[in-house]
Each structure stands twice: as structure tokens, then as C-alpha cells.
Design a binder for this molecule. Structure first.
Ligand code: GAP
Length: 505
């Protein structure tokens, strides 16, 4: 764990030093839990967004995209339940005056036990070598079984308390577990209260007439309220989906772990409308599809797992999270929810407008059921960065930091580097650059030794470095150096486009 914490600290400073992510408003000492994407980070984010859009919209003839406004009619948030129930249980430590989410305190307690389990697993894996069977070990080792039992008991009690809103018992649980404030070290807690996460503002020019509106806390409602418009204009037949990416805002009590939990973040959501009674089938389908999307991206399969919800929201009849093993452990990356007909029915009720679909095959009208897939774009960026950040000792004794970002989402695909700044090499390199720029994000660099330039490209995750040398001038060939293996190949200039396209695909 300590090693991972250290690795995470290094990743955060690398992200800043190499132009991926900056703290927002840094010259004014920053703004908590708000970040700016820099020149490489914004490319990475755009590439992940495009990759999602392509696979969800472009590759599905029955899914279309929209881009709805952030400001929406305030009644929408009443209908969706956010005004009354989009709360987190908060608790203050009376000595440090620090505020925490009560459920996060309990989850952190469980994460510490989980870390102990992982330590036992690591030790056993070393002891048994190839013959080690993780599944068998965690179900039979007495200590690990005890640890897991404790986690299950604690989580079960907390989920129950949250479900029935028994905040007194949740406080008792925190006291029984002897959870102390990480800052003051004391267990001097206030009672737990609910805290609404929506940001509000006023719309209207004259203050007396202004009315309260909210910054949307999810993009999903923009899809629900446009369901009938899109169904009609797009002549969509059930089952069909509506996708959207965009900003969402939540006044998170505990904002931490870099871009994992932010107050302003971006979601990529898809609502899939289906006939009542078919939702379980579609839930399974989207569960598998979304996991396949993650695995196709090329991050290790062992870093993903499903976490089926024990506690279901009142409107859901199935829900699972896709969790990713970030450098601080397995945490939610994406949610897949079977939301029944709750949202459309509520909007029907609150707006007084029918939101029904006439199914010609069934010869009946109904409010469609919905399967939602919802992933945080920033969390996906963080998953990629956690995976990518690698420190390596090379054979010659030197060291390098390389960002092993999957080539298809890497910020820049190619760097074109003249070996020296003379003998016509810069001119030839720029000619090659011009031929590649329409197709790929390219960088051009001629300062510093070639070794230093390679290191810099490694640090921003550029998968291919093209070096222009004397042979380029005489033979029309270049060397292409691959980032991860550092292997070099000689390629004809005329074949560069197809070579890079093939390697990226
Ligand atoms: N429409 C459903 C919905 O919003 P959610 O589980 O609250 O569900 C979906 O959020 C995803 O949005 C999460 O899985 C996570 O990736 C991302 N997300 C939620 N809160 C976030 C935050 N404060 N910062 C960054 N990402 C967040």
C-alpha cells in the first residue's frame, strides 16, 4: 500500500509537470476538488470521450447522441428525486472541525482490512509460487476468512442504516469501530446529518423575480426529458438508446484522490429504452458490453471487477458497478443500473405530459423501462494514468518514466525528430510532419540530444518516435522507435501512414 501511495503521489506530480492536469486557479492557490486539463490531458480526455462515443453511438444503429443544456427546469430535479434525496450523510469532528462523509469513514475502515487481505494473499502467492490458487486461499485461510467476514458485516450494517436512514445507528457503528479523525486523531464526533449535493444558482435579471435553478448533478435527466423528442425526430424503435457526454456538478463533502472525486466533472451516459419485462436481459447485455469496452481498451483485465449492489435504490431492480484497481484500491469507475420506468413516469407525473411509446409489435402503449450505463470521464482518465505511469531501470543503468497509454487514446501519436539540426534534416522532418498531421496528432522536436527527446516523448506517452537521419535523405527511410519496447525499425517514408495507422488500430 505504502508503495502504491508513493506511486500515486509521483503520478500526481508527473501529471502536473508534464502537462496532463493542473490544479484549477493555481496562481490563487487552487480551488479544492477542481482541476484543469492541460495540453496532453485534454487530448487524452478527448480521445477517451471519442472512443466511448464511437463505440456507443457510431457502432450502434439504435443509439443516437444528444447534447442537452446544463441548466434545466428546476422541477426536473424535484421529479428525479434529487431535491429531496440527493444527499450524503456528513459528520464533523469537533476537535479538528473537519467534515467527513460518514459512509466514507466506514468504507476507509473496510479498505484497511482489505489491504490486510491483499498482504496475506501476496505473502501466500510468494510462498506457493505457480501452484497458488487465490480463490481457494481466500475461502480457506482462517485469518483472511475472518477479515472478509468483518468487512461483509460492517458494510451490511452501514448499507442497512443508509437504506432506512438510521443515522443514529450509523454513528454508533463509527463509535464501535473506534474510527478516529485522521487529522485530530480523536473520536469526538457530531451527530450525522444529511447534506444535499446539488449546487444552486439564480436565473433572472431582477433579483425579486429570480428563481433558483441547479447545476445538473448528472447528465441522465437531460436524456429522459428529451426521450419523446428524440424518439419522434429520430424515428427510433424500442429498444433504442440515447447517449450524451457532458459536465456534471456535485458539492462533494469529501473531495479527494485527485480527479477521482471532483466537484465539477464529466460523465458519459447512455440510457437504453426497452419494453417492460425485457430489462433484466438488457441489463445483463450492457453489463457484459461495458466490460468488453474496458478490456478492448487494453488495460489489464485483472484491474477490473464487478460489484453487484446489495443495496438497491428504490427505483432500481438491478445495479452493478465496474470497479477499477486504482493506485488506492478497487473503486467505482462505472455504474450500470436497471432504472425501471421510474424516471419517465416521474417526469410524466410532474410535467403532466405523456411520455409513452406505442409498440406496434405488442400493439400497446407503455412507459419504457431503462438500462443506464454511466461512466465518469475523469475517473476513466485516472484509471488510464494509474495504469500508464511506469518507472523503469534500463539495461545501461539509466532510468526512465514512461506513460504506457494505449496507443489509440494517447495524446500524441507521433513525434518527428531530426537527428541533428543541420544537413537538411529539419527540412525533411518538417516535410514528413506535414504529411502526417492531417491524420495523427504529431509533435516536432529538434532541441536536445535524441536520447533526451525520446525520454520526453516517453513521459507524455507518445507511442512512436520517427527519427530523420542521413539515410532518410539518401534512401527515403526513417527509424520508428516504439515507446514501450524501445525497439527501432527502418520504415520507408511512403509507408509511414499505413504503418502508424495499423499499429494504432
Ligand atoms: N446517472 C447516474 C449517475 O450519475 P453515479 O454513480 O452517481 O450515477 C456515475 O455517477 C459515474 O460518474 C460514477 O461511476 C463515476 O465514474 C462518476 N462520478 C460520480 N461522481 C463523481 C465525482 N464527484 N467526481 C468524478 N466522477 C464522478
Amino acid at each position: 500500500m505504502a508503495n502504491h501511495e508513493e506511486q500515486f503521489r509521483k503520478l500526481v506530480s508527473h501529471a502536473k509537470e508534464y502537462g496532463f492536469i493542473f490544479p484549477s486557479s493555481e496562481i490563487y492557490d487552487g480551488l479544492a476538488a477542481v482541476y484543469d486539463y492541460a495540453e496532453y490531458g485534454s487530448e487524452l480526455k478527448k480521445n477517451i470521450r471519442d472512443y466511448w462515443w464511437k463505440s456507443m453511438v457510431q457502432m450502434h444503429e439504435n443509439i443516437v447522441g444528444i447534447d442537452s443544456a446544463i441548466f434545466m427546469h428546476p422541477t426536473i430535479w424535484k421529479a428525479s428525486g434529487h431535491v429531496d434525496a440527493f444527499n450524503d450523510p456528513m459528520i464533523d469532528n469537533k476537535d479538528s472541525k473537519k467534515r467527513y462523509r460518514a459512509d466514507v469513514l466506514v468504507e476507509d475502515y473496510c479498505a484497511k482490512i482489505e489491504a490486510k487481505v491483499e498482504k496475506e494473499v501476496e505473502k501466500a502467492a510468494k510462498r506457493f509460487g505457480e501452484a497458488f490458487d487465490r480463490e481457494q486461499f481466500v475461502t480457506t485461510n482462517a485469518r483472511v476468512v475472518e477479515y472478509n467476514k468483518k468487512i461483509a458485516e460492517v458494510m451490511h450494517r452501514m448499507n442497512h442504516d443508509l437504506e432506512v436512514n438510521d443515522l443514529s445507528d450509523l454513528k454508533r457503528l463509527i463509535e464501535e469501530l473506534e474510527i478516529a479523525c485522521p487529522v485530530s486523531g480523536t473520536k469526538n464526533w457530531t451527530d450525522i446529518r444529511q447534506f444535499n449535493l446539488m449546487f444552486s444558482t439564480k436565473v433572472g435579471s431582477v433579483s425579486e423575480d429570480a428563481s433558483t435553478i441547479y447545476l445538473r448533478p448528472e447528465t441522465a435527466q437531460g436524456i429522459f426529458v428529451n426521450f419523446l423528442n428524440v424518439q419522434k425526430t429520430g424515428r427510433m424503435k424500442i429498444p433504442f438508446g440515447i447517449a450524451q457526454t457532458g459536465k456534471a456538478f456535485r458539492n462533494e463533502i469529501v473531495a479527494r484522490q485527485f480527479i477521482f472525486r471532483m466537484r465539477e466533472f464529466e460523465q458519459m451516459e447512455m440510457q437504453f429504452f426497452c419494453a417492460p419485462g425485457t430489462e433484466k436481459e438488457w441489463f445483463e447485455y450492457w453489463k457484459q458490453e461495458r466490460m468488453r469496452w474496458h478490456l478492448d481498451l487494453g488495460l489489464p483485465a485483472g484491474n477490473y471487477r464487478f460489484h453487484d449492489h446489495e443495496k438497491l435504490a428504490h427505483y432500481a431492480n438491478a445495479a452493478t458497478d465496474i470497479e477499477y484497481n486504482f493506485l488506492f484500491g478497487f473503486k467505482e469507475l462505472e455504474g450500470i443500473h436497471s432504472r425501471t420506468d421510474y424516471d419517465l413516469s416521474r417526469h410524466q407525473e410532474f410535467s403532466g405530459k405523456k411520455l409513452q411509446y406505442f409498440d406496434t409489435e405488442r400493439n400497446e402503449s407503455y412507459v419504457p423501462y431503462v438500462i443506464e450505463t454511466s461512466i465518469g470521464l475523469d475517473r476513466m482518465c485516472l484509471a488510464v494514468l494509474c495504469h500508464a505511469y511506469t518507472e523503469e531501470k534500463l539495461e545501461d543503468g539509466s532510468e526512465r518514466v514512461v506513460m504506457r497509454i494505449p496507443a489509440k487514446i494517447a495524446p500524441y501519436k507521433v513525434a518527428v525528430l531530426p537527428l541533428v539540426r543541420k544537413d537538411g534534416m529539419p527540412e525533411k522532418a518538417r516535410e514528413i510532419l506535414k504529411s502526417l498531421q492531417p491524420l495523427f496528432m504529431c509533435q516536432y522536436e529538434e532541441k536536445d540530444t535524441i536520447g533526451r527527446r525520446y525520454r520526453r516523448q516517453d513521459a507524455i506517452g507518445t507511442p512512436f518516435c520517427i527519427t530523420v537521419d542521413t539515410e532518410t535523405l539518401s534512401e527515403e527511410t526513417v527509424t520508428v522507435r516504439e515507446r514501450d519496447t524501445m525497439q527501432q525499425e527502418r520504415i520507408a517514408v511512403k509507408d509511414l501512414v499505413s504503418y502508424i495507422a495499423r499499429r494504432i488500430a
